[in-house]
Design a protein around this ligand. Structure first.
Ligand SMILES: [Zn+2]
Length: 313
């Protein structure tokens, strides 16, 4: 019998401020953020494998030994199983979707889930030990910013982890605007198709996340927060996370970038670094038809999540 490894898992779709949230949480003693944990095998294949500490992953004092001791190449159901390509994974995986939506685990998936869980357990054990050595204090929770539903479903059902989840929600219009409208040279028809497609994507992804939480987690083990809340009132948001999940996270997160961290994909992050401010450009720049389309498509799930958030207040 293993001791379960305690995790905070950040769930969300698209670029939803998850990197920033991970950095804020990871600043607290006892909390150790490694970023998108499932990406490590892909990160190692990159030429620029920069860690958050500014050193290459193979030389970084935190990752060096962990990487040397793990063999990602020969794993059956490897930790990047749900990332077919470095930056992407499929949204619809029908065989697991049924289990997530109906709150069960099919017999035929159990072996695979356990293998995936065991590989991740081995990985996170090393991360926890090294984090403890490096910080000199016990690790309450490792923070995994992988965001995806299927990974979370597998980790949870392997029963090898004690997981608290933060579902970070981006306003559907903002999501669609940043992925379909902005910076494109599409014709109007193509653009409208993109708006339709990305609205559906928001709906499906967030529906799966909602069902996963409702059906597979206890109420006290997850919280919904919006990117707007996080960026306009970070202190209150962090306090709500800490209280709801029964954690010991400080709400004063000012200067949360000013500490040494070891999150992977740091090179890419620095590139996208825009700080903590609420980007509401879509409100004025997105045309009415697009907004209406997005709202109509995403309403069933978005409305349900907002109502749940109100009730939990
Ligand atoms: Zn490092």
């Amino acid at each position: 019998m293993h001791n379960k490894i305690p995790l905070i898992y950040i769930l969300g779709s698209g670029r939803s401020g998850s990197t920033l949230l991970g950095l804020m949480l990871g600043k607290n003693p006892g909390y150790f953020n490694i970023g998108e944990a499932q990406n490590l095998p892909w990160e190692l294949k990159k030429e620029n494998k920069l860690c958050g500490c500014g050193i290459s992953l193979n030389k970084c004092p935190f990752w060096k030994n962990i990487i040397a001791e793990l063999d990602f190449e020969n794993q059956d159901v490897p930790i990047n199983y749900f990332r077919e390509k470095p930056g992407a994974g499929k949204v619809l995986r029908w065989k697991y979707l049924k289990d997530i939506i109906f709150g069960k685990v099919s017999e035929k998936h159990k072996k695979k889930i356990l293998k995936y869980g065991t590989n991740n357990y081995q990985y996170f054990s090393k991360v926890r030990n090294r984090a403890k050595e490096l910080s000199g204090s016990d690790i309450n929770r490792i923070i995994d910013v992988s965001k995806h539903s299927y990974r979370l479903f597998f980790l949870k059902q392997s029963d090898l982890f004690d997981i608290k989840v933060i579902h970070l929600i981006k306003n559907p219009c903002s999501f669609v605007y940043s992925s379909a409208v902005k910076n494109t040279q599409f014709t109007k028809i193509v653009e409208y198709k993109q708006v339709f497609k990305m609205s559906l994507r928001w709906l499906v992804e967030n529906y799966i996340m909602l069902k996963l939480l409702e059906n597979h987690f206890k109420k006290e083990d997850y919280i919904f927060i919006t990117y707007k809340q996080l960026s306009t009132d970070p202190d209150t948001t962090i306090e709500a996370i800490s209280n709801t999940l029964g954690e010991n996270i400080e709400k004063n997160i000012k200067k949360f970038r000013n500490y040494e961290n070891h999150i992977m994909s740091a090179g890419q992050m620095a590139y996208e670094d825009k700080g903590l401010h609420y980007d509401d450009k879509w409100a004025n720049s997105m045309n009415k038809l697009y907004k209406l389309t997005t709202k109509a498509i995403t309403w069933p799930v978005y409305n349900k999540i907002l109502n749940k958030m109100k009730k939990n207040k």
